[in-house]
Design a protein around this ligand. Sequence first.
Ligand SMILES: [Fe+2]
Length: 174
Amino acid sequence: MGMIIAADLRRAIQQISRAVALDSAELCPQVAMALTPLTASADWLSPSLRRPDPDRYRRELLYQAPDQSFSIGCFVWGVGQQTRIHDHNSWAVVGVVCGSLRETSYDRSETGELRQGSSFEVEAGQHVWCRPESGDVHRIGAAGRSMAISIHVYGCAFDQVCRTYYPDLVEVMA
Ligand SMILES: [Fe+2]
């Protein structure tokens, strides 16, 4: 079982390696496709990796390309845990393995003010992506009342993913 699972990750790495040369608009759907076997089940992840940290979401590196052209991480979200509002230095593709995530995007006005934009849930087995070219200020975290696990692929080194963190917005309900 473990060996079959490892083969799935290895195959995804090979497919993503071939896709990274493409323009991000083309490559994101291909990366999402490559992740499909990895988001079909959590069984390939070691039990220690599947445990949430009660204090904050976990962010574990699974693979980084030697030339740093992409990296793959596993995020484990406890109930109610989410990122700060941020954007990225590269394209990003997220696939949900179990539970569900809520992603909220933010629009920036010309003066740099943030305004909450769309917000939607991403269920287990689904994939989403974002690109700096089309505006990627967002936050993401566990939706609902259960923990969640997701796999994230970025077009850069894992420790260089975030470009800017923004202060929390006071979200006023109209
Ligand atoms: Fe992000």
